[in-house]
Structure formats: structure tokens, C-alpha cells
Design a protein around this ligand. Structure first.
Ligand code: SF4
Length: 79
């Protein structure tokens, strides 16, 4: 499990999350930031820092936001 960045980040890209992540597992993508689920330690710092409420724990995602898990996976697989 990991934290996941969702639609509110798209075109917002405040980047506050990237500044607070203790394991540097947040990367900027073309339209939003992404969390690397293989590195995230579930500390929750990014969720608190995000000014637009874009970040959720994976288990707490609504059905329509679950696509952002796959979107992040696809982003890191393409790196
Ligand atoms: Fe980084 Fe913590 Fe957010 Fe995971 S939960 S992405 S480790 S700040």
C-alpha cells in the first residue's frame, strides 16, 4: 500500500508534497505529480502538505479515484 496523488493535482502541481517526502519518492509527471508505491513508507506527510487535498491513502480511494493507482504505476514503468 502507498499514498496516491489524484485529480486535484492535475494542472495544479503545487509540489509541496515533493518538498516534505522523507524518502524522495514523488516525481513530476507531464500533468501531475506521482508517488512511487515501491518506495513510499506511508508516513502521510504529503497528504498533510498538499494544499488541494489531492493525496489519499490507497485503501481510502473512492472507486473513481482507483485509476490513479494504475496511472502512477504506468508512469514509473515508463521511466
Ligand atoms: Fe513520501 Fe510519506 Fe507521502 Fe509516501 S506518504 S509519498 S513516504 S511523504
Amino acid at each position: 500500500m502507498a499514498f496516491v496523488i489524484t485529480e486535484a493535482c492535475i494542472d495544479e502541481k503545487a509540489a509541496d508534497c515533493k518538498d516534505v517526502c522523507p524518502v524522495d519518492c514523488i516525481s513530476e509527471g507531464p500533468d501531475q505529480f506521482f508517488i512511487d508505491a515501491d518506495v513510499c513508507i506511508d508516513c502521510g506527510a504529503c497528504e498533510t502538505a498538499c494544499p488541494v487535498g489531492a493525496i489519499f491513502y490507497e485503501d481510502d480511494l473512492t472507486a473513481e479515484r482507483k485509476k490513479f493507482v494504475e496511472k502512477a504505476r504506468d508512469f514509473y514503468q515508463s521511466q
